[in-house]
Design a binder for this molecule. Structure first.
Ligand code: PHE
Ligand code: FE
Length: 296
Protein backbone atom coordinates (compact mmCIF):
# COMPACT_ATOMS: atom_id res chain seq x y z
CA UNK A 1 0.00 0.00 0.00
CA UNK A 2 1.74 3.12 -1.24
CA UNK A 3 0.18 6.35 -0.11
CA UNK A 4 -0.63 8.69 -2.95
CA UNK A 5 1.11 11.65 -1.40
CA UNK A 6 4.47 9.95 -1.72
CA UNK A 7 4.47 10.61 -5.46
CA UNK A 8 6.31 7.45 -6.36
CA UNK A 9 6.65 8.72 -9.93
CA UNK A 10 8.98 11.66 -9.24
CA UNK A 11 12.08 11.36 -11.43
CA UNK A 12 15.32 10.40 -9.66
CA UNK A 13 18.96 10.94 -10.47
CA UNK A 14 21.11 7.82 -10.98
CA UNK A 15 22.19 8.07 -7.33
CA UNK A 16 18.48 7.89 -6.32
CA UNK A 17 18.36 11.51 -5.15
CA UNK A 18 15.92 14.23 -6.13
CA UNK A 19 15.48 17.87 -5.18
CA UNK A 20 13.31 17.91 -2.06
CA UNK A 21 9.84 18.54 -3.55
CA UNK A 22 8.88 21.14 -1.00
CA UNK A 23 5.83 22.29 -2.96
CA UNK A 24 4.20 18.90 -2.27
CA UNK A 25 4.03 19.39 1.50
CA UNK A 26 0.52 20.38 2.53
CA UNK A 27 -0.45 22.55 5.51
CA UNK A 28 -1.45 19.26 7.15
CA UNK A 29 2.06 17.81 6.61
CA UNK A 30 3.62 20.84 8.28
CA UNK A 31 1.15 20.56 11.15
CA UNK A 32 1.99 16.86 11.62
CA UNK A 33 5.71 17.71 11.65
CA UNK A 34 5.14 20.36 14.33
CA UNK A 35 3.17 17.91 16.44
CA UNK A 36 5.87 15.22 16.15
CA UNK A 37 8.53 17.79 16.89
CA UNK A 38 6.78 19.27 19.92
CA UNK A 39 6.04 15.88 21.44
CA UNK A 40 9.71 14.91 21.28
CA UNK A 41 10.83 18.34 22.48
CA UNK A 42 8.86 17.68 25.67
CA UNK A 43 10.18 14.15 26.15
CA UNK A 44 13.82 14.34 25.21
CA UNK A 45 15.47 16.75 27.66
CA UNK A 46 16.88 14.42 30.31
CA UNK A 47 16.43 11.41 28.01
CA UNK A 48 18.39 12.18 24.84
CA UNK A 49 22.17 12.50 25.10
CA UNK A 50 23.71 15.96 25.30
CA UNK A 51 25.32 15.61 21.87
CA UNK A 52 21.93 15.12 20.24
CA UNK A 53 20.33 18.04 22.06
CA UNK A 54 23.29 20.26 21.19
CA UNK A 55 23.02 19.22 17.54
CA UNK A 56 19.33 20.03 17.52
CA UNK A 57 20.03 23.49 18.93
CA UNK A 58 22.82 24.01 16.44
CA UNK A 59 20.48 23.28 13.59
CA UNK A 60 18.21 25.93 14.95
CA UNK A 61 15.80 23.30 15.35
CA UNK A 62 15.43 25.06 14.05
CA UNK A 63 14.83 25.14 10.79
CA UNK A 64 11.59 24.58 12.29
CA UNK A 65 11.08 28.17 13.39
CA UNK A 66 12.06 29.79 10.13
CA UNK A 67 9.55 27.87 8.12
CA UNK A 68 6.80 28.53 10.59
CA UNK A 69 7.68 25.28 12.23
CA UNK A 70 7.11 22.80 9.45
CA UNK A 71 9.10 20.19 7.54
CA UNK A 72 12.58 21.69 7.24
CA UNK A 73 14.29 22.70 4.03
CA UNK A 74 17.12 20.21 3.39
CA UNK A 75 19.32 22.80 1.72
CA UNK A 76 19.17 25.16 4.69
CA UNK A 77 19.89 22.34 7.12
CA UNK A 78 22.72 21.15 4.89
CA UNK A 79 24.39 24.54 4.96
CA UNK A 80 24.46 24.48 8.77
CA UNK A 81 25.59 20.87 8.86
CA UNK A 82 28.22 21.42 6.21
CA UNK A 83 29.75 24.23 8.23
CA UNK A 84 29.89 22.05 11.36
CA UNK A 85 31.10 18.69 10.00
CA UNK A 86 31.10 18.71 6.20
CA UNK A 87 27.97 16.59 5.86
CA UNK A 88 25.01 17.37 3.58
CA UNK A 89 21.50 15.96 3.33
CA UNK A 90 20.19 14.57 0.04
CA UNK A 91 16.52 13.79 -0.58
CA UNK A 92 15.55 10.23 -1.54
CA UNK A 93 12.17 8.52 -2.09
CA UNK A 94 12.68 6.08 0.80
CA UNK A 95 14.97 3.14 1.33
CA UNK A 96 17.56 2.96 -1.44
CA UNK A 97 19.73 -0.01 -2.53
CA UNK A 98 22.49 -0.86 -0.07
CA UNK A 99 25.39 0.17 -2.28
CA UNK A 100 23.72 3.51 -3.00
CA UNK A 101 23.12 4.15 0.70
CA UNK A 102 26.69 3.26 1.69
CA UNK A 103 28.08 5.27 -1.22
CA UNK A 104 26.32 8.40 0.01
CA UNK A 105 27.49 7.93 3.60
CA UNK A 106 31.06 7.35 2.44
CA UNK A 107 30.89 10.79 0.74
CA UNK A 108 29.37 12.44 3.83
CA UNK A 109 25.91 12.72 2.30
CA UNK A 110 22.98 11.60 4.41
CA UNK A 111 20.08 10.22 2.33
CA UNK A 112 16.83 11.45 3.90
CA UNK A 113 13.33 10.36 2.91
CA UNK A 114 11.44 13.48 1.85
CA UNK A 115 7.82 12.47 2.62
CA UNK A 116 6.10 12.55 6.01
CA UNK A 117 3.85 10.02 7.72
CA UNK A 118 0.14 10.83 7.97
CA UNK A 119 -1.55 11.84 11.20
CA UNK A 120 -3.17 8.42 11.60
CA UNK A 121 0.34 6.87 11.53
CA UNK A 122 1.81 9.35 13.97
CA UNK A 123 2.91 6.85 16.63
CA UNK A 124 4.12 4.06 14.46
CA UNK A 125 5.52 3.58 11.01
CA UNK A 126 7.67 0.68 9.98
CA UNK A 127 9.70 2.51 7.36
CA UNK A 128 11.71 5.71 7.74
CA UNK A 129 10.02 8.99 6.81
CA UNK A 130 11.35 12.56 6.87
CA UNK A 131 10.73 12.93 10.60
CA UNK A 132 12.76 9.85 11.45
CA UNK A 133 15.52 10.67 9.00
CA UNK A 134 15.88 14.38 9.77
CA UNK A 135 14.89 14.69 13.41
CA UNK A 136 16.31 11.30 14.40
CA UNK A 137 19.57 11.20 12.45
CA UNK A 138 20.73 14.66 11.48
CA UNK A 139 21.37 16.34 14.86
CA UNK A 140 24.09 13.80 15.74
CA UNK A 141 25.80 14.46 12.42
CA UNK A 142 26.62 17.88 13.92
CA UNK A 143 28.97 16.02 16.29
CA UNK A 144 32.46 15.58 14.79
CA UNK A 145 33.13 12.11 16.22
CA UNK A 146 29.74 10.75 15.28
CA UNK A 147 30.04 12.36 11.84
CA UNK A 148 33.27 10.44 11.25
CA UNK A 149 31.72 7.22 12.53
CA UNK A 150 28.91 7.48 9.98
CA UNK A 151 31.34 8.00 7.12
CA UNK A 152 33.44 5.04 8.30
CA UNK A 153 30.25 3.02 8.43
CA UNK A 154 29.50 3.86 4.79
CA UNK A 155 32.94 2.72 3.70
CA UNK A 156 32.60 -0.36 5.90
CA UNK A 157 29.27 -1.13 4.23
CA UNK A 158 30.79 -1.25 0.77
CA UNK A 159 33.45 -3.59 2.12
CA UNK A 160 30.97 -5.80 3.99
CA UNK A 161 29.04 -6.25 0.75
CA UNK A 162 32.14 -7.66 -0.92
CA UNK A 163 32.69 -9.97 2.07
CA UNK A 164 29.07 -11.18 2.24
CA UNK A 165 28.87 -9.88 5.78
CA UNK A 166 26.24 -7.20 5.37
CA UNK A 167 23.95 -8.79 7.96
CA UNK A 168 26.67 -8.33 10.58
CA UNK A 169 27.21 -4.70 9.75
CA UNK A 170 23.45 -4.14 9.62
CA UNK A 171 23.23 -5.44 13.20
CA UNK A 172 25.91 -2.99 14.27
CA UNK A 173 23.96 -0.13 12.65
CA UNK A 174 20.75 -1.30 14.27
CA UNK A 175 22.12 -1.55 17.79
CA UNK A 176 24.14 1.68 17.61
CA UNK A 177 22.92 4.28 15.11
CA UNK A 178 19.25 3.26 15.34
CA UNK A 179 18.78 1.95 18.90
CA UNK A 180 21.88 2.83 20.88
CA UNK A 181 22.03 4.08 24.47
CA UNK A 182 24.95 5.95 26.03
CA UNK A 183 26.07 6.11 29.64
CA UNK A 184 26.55 9.55 31.20
CA UNK A 185 27.24 10.72 34.76
CA UNK A 186 23.53 11.55 34.99
CA UNK A 187 22.45 8.09 33.88
CA UNK A 188 21.60 6.35 30.61
CA UNK A 189 20.68 8.54 27.67
CA UNK A 190 19.43 7.88 24.13
CA UNK A 191 21.44 8.41 20.96
CA UNK A 192 19.73 5.92 18.59
CA UNK A 193 17.62 7.61 15.92
CA UNK A 194 14.94 4.92 15.88
CA UNK A 195 14.28 5.74 19.51
CA UNK A 196 14.64 9.52 19.23
CA UNK A 197 11.91 9.69 16.58
CA UNK A 198 9.53 7.47 18.59
CA UNK A 199 7.48 8.85 21.45
CA UNK A 200 6.75 5.44 22.98
CA UNK A 201 10.23 3.97 22.72
CA UNK A 202 11.88 7.15 24.06
CA UNK A 203 10.27 6.35 27.39
CA UNK A 204 10.27 2.56 27.15
CA UNK A 205 13.99 2.12 26.47
CA UNK A 206 14.99 3.98 29.65
CA UNK A 207 12.11 3.42 32.03
CA UNK A 208 10.67 -0.04 31.35
CA UNK A 209 11.99 -3.06 33.28
CA UNK A 210 11.25 -5.29 30.28
CA UNK A 211 14.30 -4.92 27.99
CA UNK A 212 17.87 -6.01 28.65
CA UNK A 213 20.51 -3.31 28.80
CA UNK A 214 23.95 -4.67 28.02
CA UNK A 215 27.29 -3.05 27.59
CA UNK A 216 28.38 -2.47 23.99
CA UNK A 217 30.43 -5.35 22.60
CA UNK A 218 31.17 -5.32 18.86
CA UNK A 219 31.37 -9.06 18.22
CA UNK A 220 28.43 -9.78 20.46
CA UNK A 221 26.29 -7.28 18.55
CA UNK A 222 27.35 -8.73 15.20
CA UNK A 223 25.87 -12.06 16.31
CA UNK A 224 22.61 -10.63 17.60
CA UNK A 225 19.36 -10.68 15.65
CA UNK A 226 16.84 -7.90 16.13
CA UNK A 227 13.15 -7.04 15.92
CA UNK A 228 11.99 -4.51 13.36
CA UNK A 229 8.30 -4.41 14.31
CA UNK A 230 8.31 -3.87 18.08
CA UNK A 231 10.34 -2.13 20.77
CA UNK A 232 13.77 -3.70 21.17
CA UNK A 233 14.31 -6.56 23.61
CA UNK A 234 17.92 -5.56 24.19
CA UNK A 235 19.71 -2.20 24.11
CA UNK A 236 23.49 -1.92 24.01
CA UNK A 237 25.12 0.87 25.95
CA UNK A 238 28.28 2.72 24.89
CA UNK A 239 30.40 4.89 27.18
CA UNK A 240 31.16 7.53 24.57
CA UNK A 241 31.19 8.12 20.84
CA UNK A 242 34.97 7.89 21.02
CA UNK A 243 34.62 4.36 22.40
CA UNK A 244 32.31 3.45 19.53
CA UNK A 245 34.63 4.96 16.95
CA UNK A 246 37.71 3.21 18.36
CA UNK A 247 35.96 -0.17 18.69
CA UNK A 248 34.94 -0.05 15.04
CA UNK A 249 38.27 1.18 13.68
CA UNK A 250 39.93 -2.27 13.22
CA UNK A 251 39.62 -4.20 9.97
CA UNK A 252 36.37 -6.16 10.20
CA UNK A 253 37.40 -8.82 7.63
CA UNK A 254 38.99 -11.18 10.20
CA UNK A 255 36.15 -10.54 12.63
CA UNK A 256 33.56 -11.47 10.00
CA UNK A 257 35.54 -14.64 9.25
CA UNK A 258 35.89 -15.64 12.91
CA UNK A 259 32.19 -15.08 13.60
CA UNK A 260 31.24 -17.66 11.00
CA UNK A 261 32.05 -20.30 13.63
CA UNK A 262 29.73 -18.77 16.23
CA UNK A 263 25.96 -19.20 16.41
CA UNK A 264 23.62 -16.24 16.09
CA UNK A 265 21.88 -15.00 19.21
CA UNK A 266 18.22 -14.15 19.65
CA UNK A 267 17.21 -10.56 20.37
CA UNK A 268 16.40 -11.38 24.01
CA UNK A 269 19.34 -13.66 24.84
CA UNK A 270 21.74 -12.89 27.68
CA UNK A 271 24.86 -15.03 27.56
CA UNK A 272 27.92 -15.69 29.63
CA UNK A 273 30.40 -12.91 29.16
CA UNK A 274 27.74 -10.21 28.73
CA UNK A 275 28.29 -7.15 30.87
CA UNK A 276 24.75 -6.75 32.13
CA UNK A 277 23.66 -3.27 33.16
CA UNK A 278 20.06 -4.35 33.68
CA UNK A 279 18.57 -7.72 32.95
CA UNK A 280 15.08 -7.35 31.49
CA UNK A 281 11.93 -9.08 32.67
CA UNK A 282 11.12 -9.51 28.95
CA UNK A 283 7.44 -9.07 29.82
CA UNK A 284 5.84 -9.50 26.41
CA UNK A 285 2.94 -7.13 27.06
CA UNK A 286 5.27 -4.29 27.98
CA UNK A 287 7.34 -4.63 24.85
CA UNK A 288 4.53 -5.58 22.49
CA UNK A 289 6.41 -8.75 21.73
CA UNK A 290 3.57 -11.25 21.84
CA UNK A 291 2.37 -10.17 18.43
CA UNK A 292 4.43 -10.15 15.35
CA UNK A 293 7.32 -11.93 13.87
CA UNK A 294 10.53 -13.57 14.77
CA UNK A 295 13.87 -11.83 15.17
CA UNK A 296 15.80 -11.22 11.96
N1 PHE B 1 36.41 -0.97 10.51
C1 PHE B 1 35.32 -1.37 9.65
C2 PHE B 1 35.79 -2.35 8.55
O1 PHE B 1 36.94 -2.64 8.45
C3 PHE B 1 34.65 -0.18 9.02
C4 PHE B 1 33.62 0.40 9.91
C5 PHE B 1 33.89 1.50 10.71
C6 PHE B 1 32.36 -0.15 9.95
C7 PHE B 1 32.90 2.04 11.52
C8 PHE B 1 31.39 0.38 10.76
C9 PHE B 1 31.65 1.47 11.54
O2 PHE B 1 34.99 -2.84 7.79
FE1 FE C 1 17.18 5.34 10.53
Amino acid sequence: MVALERHADLPLRPDYTLDQPRHLYSAEDHAVWRLLFQRQARLLPGRACGEFLAGLRGLGVAAAHDDGGGVPDFERLSDLLDRATGWRIVAVPGLVPDEVFFGHLAERRFPATWWLRRRDQIDYLQEPDVFHDIYGHVPLLMNPVFADYMQAYGRGGLKAMRLNALHRLARLYWYTVEFGLIETPEGLRIYGSGILSSKGESVFCLESAAPNRLRFDLRRIMRTKYRIDTYQKTYFVIRSFAELFEATRPDFAPIYAALEAEPDLGAADVIEGDAVIARGTLDAREGGWESGRADV
